[in-house]
Design a binder for this molecule. Structure first.
Ligand code: AMP
Length: 416
């Protein structure tokens, strides 16, 4: 027996039936994002490791524990992207997109990689839809992207979701919060896991990301950042909430929503689904006003979100409509060749056709067409080849007619 090779833990195959659902979700998503004037951008799957160390942040779980980092043959340290924002920022700076008149609004759909413990809703290769906007300071945009996320979910018929919002302040107001948070965390040090004990000094904000139950309980007693916001952040947050009201978006302020990434400033938000279980975040995002500048680019603020496609797809309802296709039934080489030509003509005319190149009797070809759920069967024998008129069977009604290829195309087109 030859040894079988399995898929890597934490990855999954998207088989054709499910891929159809993915295609539908992706096409609805693209349509909605384009309604809000986002343009698609595509960047490489791997980048220099330092891009994420610097962007995502040295003290995040993503960078400390979850990156797929390797050396290439020239000895460079590369990383399979664990998230998307740093790549977009790099691309904008490198290609100087900010010098062009077009608004800096991008979307992207593709795989991300994190070496996290696989479980339901958490994979090592997963897919995200990301959107990013640069250069818009007005909190109206913060509300617009939450509104867009809600509209997208509605278009995908995903209900039972909730918007959680917060502000994580900025580099002016966060230090005094971190000081109090640190001293509070020190007091409960013994109940924290070793990782979180280290985080007290490094970045106590990251204790909120910990999944260990005792750390989560302890975090509930920590001070709330919303009580520490400077006037500018406070104003931004309250205007953001006003705009959400204006759009008619319901939300809940969640003062412990700090998200697992270091670069956030001011607004953070999540859309959670009650249908998802423990890993309930469908969408997560926020503002990152300092990143572009820190990467040596212009002083342009940024905001965006990421939506996990595996999680989204698990809650999108989907009825698999059978494709309407034609199956070619032929007997012998001459009719096979004639059939191939007719099929080529029909495909050019937009008809889905299936030809199986196997020697079979007419009867077994017919039962195969039936089994596969063909809408039409095209039957070609010696007689048909001579006349250039072919038998078209409508599998739903059972009726059969003899027609030229042009007439056949017309019948099929008119029926759909
Ligand atoms: P993040 O980039 O961590 O802010 O996550 C944004 C969204 O991506 C989450 O709300 C999830 O829907 C999805 N996501 C994050 N990590 C994973 C993962 N390991 N597996 C599947 N989906 C994920």
């Amino acid at each position: 027996m030859k040894k079988q090779i399995s898929a890597i833990k934490g990855t999954k195959d998207i088989l054709p039936r499910e891929a159809k659902k993915w295609q539908r979700v992706e096409s609805v998503t693209k349509r909605v994002l384009e309604l809000y004037a986002y343009k698609e951008i595509r960047t490489p799957v791997f980048e220099a490791t330092e891009l994420f160390e610097k962007g995502t942040g040295q003290t995040t779980d993503i960078v400390i524990k979850e990156m797929y980092t390797f050396r290439d043959k020239a000895g460079r340290s590369l990383t399979l992207r664990p998230e998307y924002t740093p790549s977009v920022v790099r691309s904008i700076i490198e290609k100087r997109l900010y010098l062009q008149p077009e608004p800096l609004r991008f979307y992207y759909i593709g795989p991300m990689f994190r070496y996290d413990k696989p479980q339901k809703g958490r994979y090592r290769q997963f897919h995200q839809v990301d959107i990013e906007v640069f250069g818009e300071e007005d909190p109206a945009i913060d509300a617009e992207i939450v509104e867009m996320a809600n509209y997208l979910l509605k278009e995908l018929k995903v209900y039972d979701t909730e918007n959680l919002v917060n502000s994580v302040g900025c580099k002016n107001c966060r230090p005094s919060y971190l000081k109090d948070l640190r001293s509070q965390a020190e007091e409960v040090r013994r109940v924290l896991c070793p990782d979180c004990q280290r985080k007290i000094k490094l970045n106590p904000l990251r204790i909120f990301d910990c999944k260990v139950e005792t750390c989560r309980e302890a975090a509930q007693t920590f001070p709330e950042i919303t009580n520490y916001l400077c006037q500018e952040c406070e104003e931004h947050f309250s205007r953001f909430c006003d705009y959400l009201d204006f759009f008619g978006i319901k939300y809940k302020v969640e003062p412990r929503l700090v998200r697992g990434i270091d670069y956030y400033t001011k607004t953070t938000f999540e859309v959670v689904s009650s249908k998802l279980g423990a890993k309930n975040a469908l969408i997560g995002g926020g503002r990152y006003d300092d990143m572009m500048k820190e990467f040596g680019g212009p002083d342009l603020c940024g905001i965006g979100f990421a939506m996990g496609l595996e999680r989204l797809i698990s809650v999108v309802p989907f009825t698999d409509k059978k494709g309407k296709f034609l199956y070619l039934v032929y007997l012998g080489d001459e009719s096979k060749r004639a059939g191939m030509k007719v099929v080529q003509f029909l495909r050019r005319g937009g008809v889905e056709c299936l030809v199986e190149y196997k020697e079979r009797s007419i009867k077994s070809q017919m039962s195969r067409a039936n089994k596969l759920g063909a809408a039409w069967v095209l039957i070609i024998g010696e007689e048909e080849v001579k006349k250039e008129q072919y038998q078209l069977k409508n599998m739903a009604t059972g009726s059969q007619v003899e027609r030229t290829q042009e007439e056949i195309l017309k019948i099929i087109r008119e029926s759909s």
